[in-house]
Design a protein around this ligand. Sequence first.
Ligand code: ATP
Ligand code: MG
Length: 290
Amino acid sequence: MYEFLHPRQDNAAPPTVQLKSLGRVMAVTSGKGGVGKTFVSANLAAALTKRGHRVLVLDADLGLANLDVVLNLYPKVTLHDVFTGKAKLEEAIVQAPGGFSVLLAGSGMVEYSRLTPEVRDDFQRIMGSLIPQYDIVLLDTGAGISDVVLFAVSLASEVLVVATPEPTSLTDAYATIKVLATQQRRQNIHTVINQTARLGDGRAITAQLQQVLDRFVVTEPGRPIRLIHLGDIPLDPSVRQSVMRRQLLMQSLPGCPAAIAIAQLAAKLAETIIAQANLLSSSSSQNPTG
Ligand SMILES: Nc1ncnc2c1ncn2[C@@H]1O[C@H](COP(=O)(O)OP(=O)(O)OP(=O)(O)O)[C@@H](O)[C@H]1O
Ligand SMILES: [Mg+2]
């Protein structure tokens, strides 16, 4: 069905980077831009909050941040002020309309779209102090495989790749997954197929991507890449409507098909990633010596 997904086999040994994952952090990323990462991050956060979880969304799209636009927020203090030492981390955390916390990048972050050692250190330090305060931190990253995007993803314990059924989005998703598997040695990668036309399309697309990865990406023996299909979000005119009104879909039109799909995604995440993380932390607190 998706015959354009026929990359050449590549046996070159890729450079690997050390994962710096610090806890329950999920990076929401994509190959191609404009596929719905920010929409998914914000509305998934609202849906998880509604289920009783403590959630923070960090605008990790440092160069082209726009989570503030989607959420209609005008923060006085941003991540930029924290990075430059002008404000404390607590001062930059704002409450979004959906009841979750957000840390916005701010326009000054353009200078951070280059990955310097200082950016790496600042980012890691901030993540280290944020994580213990939340059940899950969502990183709304930029698209593609730039250094900044890959670094932000490397801080996350889980990766969610958002793609649409368009051929360009799928070939870019393949390229991103390949880089994450080879450079970051990731085995499990979650997928969400957004803007689907029919029920079941997303699962078929993820299966197709899996086949191509199995065939063309060489991984270490015993470490195959496993795509975990979290769900589909249908193409729904209500999404655009809510973005135009700068409202969360989960609040303004909670009964529309895309909002129902996001609520299902939240339920799946709560049952898997968040539940597993809670289990791990409760077993380590009962047995602190390990
Ligand atoms: N399920 C959907 N149905 C209809 N339209 C959608 C859907 N999901 C996203 N869109 C449209 O796509 C636009 C882009 O979404 P969004 O800004 O979340 O993408 P992005 O991946 O974060 O982009 P960027 O790569 O620039 O950060 C939205 O403003 C909305 O109009
Ligand atoms: Mg975005």
